[in-house]
Write a protein that binds this ligand. Structure first.
Ligand code: TRP
Length: 341
């Protein structure tokens, strides 16, 4: 992938929906962990985006903490990456407001995610419309040029580039035009086999779930609907359980999974059991690390505090330049006595 060799800064964000699930892992986290070895990375828990959806003040802190645990458990490394919570860096919302000045309303209204989400609501919060502006601010605050995301975010990133272009056109070249890095996993479907894996749909498997729970969850997964009886041949290419096998069952065993499905020599129940065994095994180390972190929550807090500190320093520097270019650094034109040379 050519992008990986362009050593730009990396930024990505994830909404705090609690413990990460397989979709978060395959679609994002796994790639984030790899990127941190040869890129300067910023990984952000975007609580200010989360409030545009359903949330309660009582559960939000727990969702933030649990996602941070998942980040660290799968191997995001605070020595290599800046890991932090969005609302700890107030400049995100400041820059978002300034970007409001160069963002065409029509572009926001065209966003598929906005159209989708708003169509299901009686009263649409303005935050849902402005969501991509905040996302742009997240990225450009750190002048990041590479953004690992899922396909559903490609349109938002196009808008980010448009905002960067318009701002640069008006106030001078300063921001890069951020490019997506798409995960090879593509869209990860939930256990229902027809919608994106997502907490709000209840079709997830948590990456830190204990073995019994993983088995119980995977057992509910929908398989090839044409395979009604065990003796019916199955079609691995349409079966979501097989898609998950591709990620968790090694290349030596994988052909056997497909062959036995087609030949109807192994039933779906057994096939799912093999899958859940492999999922359990894959996350064994992560579960251990998570248990350690949960026993010492202050460690997680320290990581997030240190991350916010680093992020704030970057954010402050960017905002100083932005204010200057947008004409808000009025002190610069007050002669002497202003306390500034
Ligand atoms: N909108 C992204 C999502 O739902 C989350 C996000 C917020 C993000 N800010 C970002 C992703 C900045 C990449 C960069 O997945």
């Amino acid at each position: 992938m050519p992008e990986a060799r362009v050593r730009g800064r990396v930024f990505s964000g994830m909404q705090p929906s609690g413990e990460a699930h397989l979709g978060n892992y395959l679609g994002a986290l796994r790639q984030w962990v790899d990127l941190q070895h040869d890129h300067e990375c910023f990984f952000c828990i975007v609580d200010e985006h989360a409030i545009t959806g359903e949330f309660t003040p009582e559960e939000l802190p727990g969702r933030i903490f649990d996602l941070a645990v998942s980040f660290l458990a799968v191997g995001l490394d605070p020595e290599r990456s800046t890991i932090f919570v969005q609302s700890d860096v107030p400049e995100h919302t400041t820059l978002a407001w300034l970007f409001n000045a160069v963002t065409p309303l029509g572009d926001l209204e065209r966003m598929t995610q906005y159209k989708d989400k708003s169509s299901r609501l009686e009263s649409v919060p303005a935050g849902l419309l402005n969501y991509p502006i905040l996302q742009t601010a997240d990225i450009l605050l750190y002048r990041a040029s590479l953004v690992p995301v899922g396909e559903d975010q490609v349109q938002h990133l196009e808008l980010s580039r448009e905002i960067a272009r318009r701002w640069n056109g008006r106030f001078g070249d300063f921001f890069p035009e951020p490019q997506p890095i798409l995960s090879k996993a593509g869209r990860i479907l939930g256990l229902d086999g027809n919608a994106k894996m997502s907490k709000s749909l209840g079709n997830t498997v948590g990456i830190l779930a204990d073995p019994e729970e993983v088995h119980a969850r995977v057992r509910t997964a929908v398989t090839d609907p044409q395979r009604v009886r065990k003796s019916d041949p199955g079609r691995p290419e349409v079966c979501n359980v097989y898609t998950l096998h591709r990620h968790f069952t090694g290349p030596t065993l994988l052909p056997d999974i497909a062959d036995q499905c087609r030949a109807a020599t192994r039933g779906c129940v057994d096939c799912k059991h093999i899958l859940s065994d492999h999922i359990v095994e894959h996350f064994a180390e992560a579960r251990e690390r998570a248990a350690e972190l949960q026993a010492r929550p202050s460690q997680v807090q320290e990581v997030l505090e240190a991350g916010a500190e680093r992020a704030r320093a970057e954010a402050r520097a960017t905002m100083e330049e932005v204010r200057h270019r947008m004409g808000m650094a009025w002190r610069e034109c007050v002669p002497s006595r202003s306390g500034r040379a």
